[in-house]
Design a binder for this molecule. Structure first.
Ligand code: ZN
Length: 458
């Protein structure tokens, strides 16, 4: 009986400690947070950070200097070779309904696309809803035309990332597939749930197609896509013109930026919190993923600020080249394996700097249950999602059957208004939403550090 009472009392005391520690973390982020100021610099002084660009290198230097100033145990750069694709001079496109009767439409080259050549590409258009439809149409209907992929993201899906997954194959593989049917080019409806005039960039891949057979690919704004579709219905002979000036150059050296607080009792157990430092080039990459980078740095800062001494080693990793290669994430995992490092936990923020709702876990049932048992602690901060799911692209290469991988899950409704587009800019990030995300991440790191990762039974 006494033992039971003692146990309950200890639990109550422990609970209070966790509540206090989390309150201190949220205070440190909300009252005197640094994440927003860092993001301001990254976005407004540096700007879009495409892999291999001057801006990407400036971002490496800036975040390294900021981490150096936090009094961490170690800060270093991890070299990684990255692809260097450049957009060149701005793209241009128009719809031509009759010879000389044209309407300009906003497009942008997809990352990794070949250029159109100096004269551009002009051809009639065949609209499709899916890659599968190409097979039905066959080479005789597609050859010599521009293929227009126009399947929208499904607006019925509440999780907009699911809608994105359901449509993004058109952007990723559309050009490679259409090329097999002798298409001259590919135009893809932007991955955007909103009607507007911004074309959204993003990666695409030709697979192992020889250079001579690669067809150029561009995204068109959602308004542009609707206009093209309507025009084609009225006049199937409509022509489309587009010109891309992009180029794939040789790989260049870049870096992952890493800062670390050494663990006091289990220094060999490593917990990673991260985002990716590179971004697309049309906007300044504030949501994708400047937000995740500054939040990860803020996690280390506020853990230190509150005087918390982690048992395990906690690292903030700013990964390079998530967008068009994932080389940083792969390199980090490769080095971890070479050095025989024991990574027990990874948390990524790469879903925008919006109001955090919770976390998704790519982990064992036991660890998911453990995280769910902390739901009460998060209640005062309106964090309620503790679900099974994908964690993040950069930490995914660390995956094994023991590690706990988690992803911050902010509200996703506005994310694809900005994703990879010119309007992914600093003014669309709300200071408090960003800070709440950082504090929530720090709280999860704190809890997993304190209570440990449950290793599975076998
Ligand atoms: Zn991202």
């Amino acid at each position: 009986m006494y033992i039971l009472i003692l146990f309950i009392t200890l639990q109550a005391v422990a609970q209070t400690e966790d509540e206090k520690q989390m309150r201190a973390l949220y205070d440190a982020a909300l009252v005197e947070g640094k994440a927003y100021d860092w993001l301001n610099y990254l976005s407004n002084q540096i700007g879009g950070r495409l892999s291999g660009s001057v801006q990407a290198q400036q971002a490496v230097d800036y975040t390294k200097a900021k981490m150096d100033s936090l009094g961490l145990d170690r800060v270093w750069l991890q070299p990684v070779m990255v692809p260097k694709w450049v957009r060149g001079t701005p793209e241009f496109a128009y719809i031509e309904t009759k010879p000389g009767v044209t309407t300009n439409v906003p497009i942008c080259a997809l990352g990794g696309s070949v250029a159109t050549g100096g004269r551009g590409v002009k051809a009639s258009v065949i609209e499709v809803q899916s890659i599968e439809e190409l097979k039905t149409l066959g080479i005789e209907k597609i050859s010599g035309k521009i293929v227009f992929f126009n399947r929208p993201m499904d607006p019925a899906l509440v999780n907009t990332f699911e809608a994105y997954s359901g449509a993004v194959d058109q952007r990723g593989r559309g050009a490679a597939e259409a090329g097999k049917y002798e298409a001259l080019g590919v135009i893809v409806r932007s991955m955007n749930l909103r009607q507007d005039d911004y074309p959204h960039a993003g990666g695409m891949n030709y697979g192992d197609i020889p250079d001579a057979e690669k067809v150029p690919a561009a995204a068109i704004s959602t308004n542009g896509a609707d206009l093209l579709s309507t025009t084609l219905k009225l006049n199937p002979d409509t022509q489309f013109f587009f010109k891309l000036n992009c180029k794939q150059l040789a790989d260049v050296e870049s870096f992952n930026v890493i800062g670390e607080i050494k663990g006091s009792t289990h220094p060999d157990e490593i917990m990673v919190v991260g985002g990716h430092l590179d971004s697309w080039d049309l906007g300044d990459g504030s949501h994708d993923d400047g937000a995740g980078c500054v939040q990860s740095m803020e996690v280390l800062r506020i853990l230190k600020k509150t005087g918390y001494k982690p048992k395990r080693t906690i690292r903030a990793v700013l990964f390079m080249n998530e967008e068009n290669g994932l080389r940083g994430g792969k390199k980090y995992a490769e080095v971890a394996t070479t050095k025989n490092e024991n990574h027990v936990f990874g948390l990524e923020s790469d879903s925008g700097g919006f109001t955090p709702r919770g976390f998704s876990f790519d982990a064992s049932e036991e660890n998911l249950k453990q995280a769910q048992s902390w739901a009460k602690l998060f209640e005062p901060y309106n964090i309620h999602m503790f679900v099974k799911g994908y964690a993040g692209a950069d930490i995914n290469p660390l995956k094994n059957d023991k590690i706990v991988l988690a992803g911050l899950r902010p509200d996703s409704q506005r994310y694809f208004d900005h994703h990879h587009a010119e309007n992914d800019t600093f003014e669309h990030v709300n200071r408090r939403e960003l800070e709440l995300g950082a504090a929530s991440m720090a709280s999860l790191v704190y809890l997993f550090d304190k209570y440990g990762i449950i290793s599975s039974k076998e």
